[in-house]
Design a protein around this ligand. Structure first.
Ligand code: 3PG
Ligand code: MG
Length: 389
């Protein structure tokens, strides 16, 4: 991938630079930033721009998947965190469309997804919003690697109107992933967990590359639901499942794919819930699967033991809560202690690995889940394609 980078910018003096970051960070119960890893990754780019004379850095990003501009998804707390990390003022602006921008060095736009045009399916609508954002700046910098698999206005439309470059973090992450995945050694075993149903597309594509795919997380209950199992009150991401029905059936039918055979189930989404382990076909109504069971753990650890390359995307269970953390811990430790090349991807998996103290034992921990998977599948990421030479 031949990206235009910051080194290709001739002169930054006096330039207003629009920087699209991925500050889609986990928030705690008070709405404060719970893990600032993705934010820290963007700091070198922000500092580089300011050190080289940029007159203003305009940061844009999305937070969560708002349906109705939910107040808890406002960017305010993220702006506060960034200000703390940089030791500089960060001014968050709501109505930039009407009022323009204040003269501050660093401004942050409100959650881009509060405007439905950001992820509209209609390219003209996205471009109209992108043009409006582009009018705020002279240059565009894409520094949102982990969101680059999305064709959204702030990433693919803005650089249609002003020159676009890849940020330092994107440059590094693309180089590291390219190195780690070019010509992978087999057996290649992928562990795919988490919640998002759009990972089914990735699993489907991985069937061509991987020797075995171990499915966990809510993604697994989602597939079991497709299979006709009772999943009780378990979470299953419905977004786009209808279009993916055929893919889901193919995945289930593949002998490369393993699904959990037992689960830790609970009668409430809480640490103090009643908990038991049951076979995968015996989830009771009202109960939810929150981790893989002990038989599945054993089965997955044994599948990992012969791997030469391991991809791990998405937590195995709800590792933030003690009763449902065992699957993520056991699988994480099996990967960390293996001699295989290990690539871990996704914001939540990265947090889990950090929490378990296993970061240094992995070959590469990427901030990107869907984005890294798309690279591994050998596909072009729309937001990076927009920055190609
Ligand atoms: C992430 O956190 O995984 C990325 O920011 C992508 O978020 P999205 O799946 O809501 O586009
Ligand atoms: Mg994520």
């Amino acid at each position: 991938m031949n990206l235009r980078t910051l080194a290709d910018i001739e002169d930054l003096k006096g330039k207003r630079v629009f920087v699209r970051v991925d500050f889609n960070v986990p928030l705690d119960d008070e709405g404060n930033v719970a893990d600032d890893k993705r934010m820290r990754l963007a700091l070198p780019t922000i500092r580089h721009l300011l050190d080289h004379g940029a007159s203003q850095v305009i940061l844009a990003f999305h937070l969560g998947r708002p349906k109705n501009n939910e107040p808890h998804l406002k960017a305010n707390k993220v702006a506060m965190k960034l200000s703390e990390l940089l030791g500089m003022d960060v001014v968050k602006v709501d109505d930039w469309g009407k009022n323009g921008l204040p003269e501050a060095k660093i401004v942050m736009l409100e959650n881009t997804r509060f405007n439905p045009a950001e992820k509209s399916k209609d390219v003209a609508e996205r471009d109209a919003f992108g043009k409006q954002m582009a009018s705020l700046a002279d240059l565009y910098v894409g520094e949102a690697f982990s969101n680059s698999h999305r064709d959204h206005a702030s990433m693919t439309s803005v650089p249609k109107f002003i020159p676009g470059y890849a940020g330092l973090g994107v440059e590094q992450e693309v180089a590291a992933l390219t190195k780690a995945i070019s010509d992978p050694e087999h057996p290649l075993v992928a562990v795919i967990g988490g919640l998002k149903a759009d990972k089914l597309k990735a699993i489907h594509n991985l069937l061509g590359v991987a020797d075995q795919i171990l499915v966990a997380g809510a993604l697994a209950t989602n597939l079991l639901k497709t299979k006709g199992y009772e999943i009780g009150a378990s979470k299953a991401d419905d977004e786009g499942m209808e279009e993916r029905a055929d893919i889901a059936k193919e995945i289930i039918a593949s002998d490369k794919v393993q699904l959990p055979t037992d689960f830790v189930i609970a009668d409430d989404f809480s640490e103090s819930a009643n908990v038991k382990i049951v076979p995968a076909d015996s989830i009771e109504p009202g109960w939810m699967a929150l981790d893989i069971g002990s038989k599945t753990r054993e089965k997955y650890v044994s599948a990992l033991s012969s791997a030469k390359t391991i991809l791990w995307f998405g937590p195995i269970g709800v590792f933030e809560m003690v009763p449902f953390a065992e699957g993520t811990k056991v699988i994480g430790e099996a990967i960390a202690s293996s001699d295989a090349v290990s690539i871990v991807g996704g914001g939540d998996s990265a947090s889990a690995v950090k929490k378990l103290g296993l970061e240094d034992k992995m070959t590469l921990v990427s901030t990107g889940g869907g984005a890294s998977l798309m690279m591994i599948e050998g596909k072009k990421l729309p937001a990076l394609a927009a920055l190609e030479k």
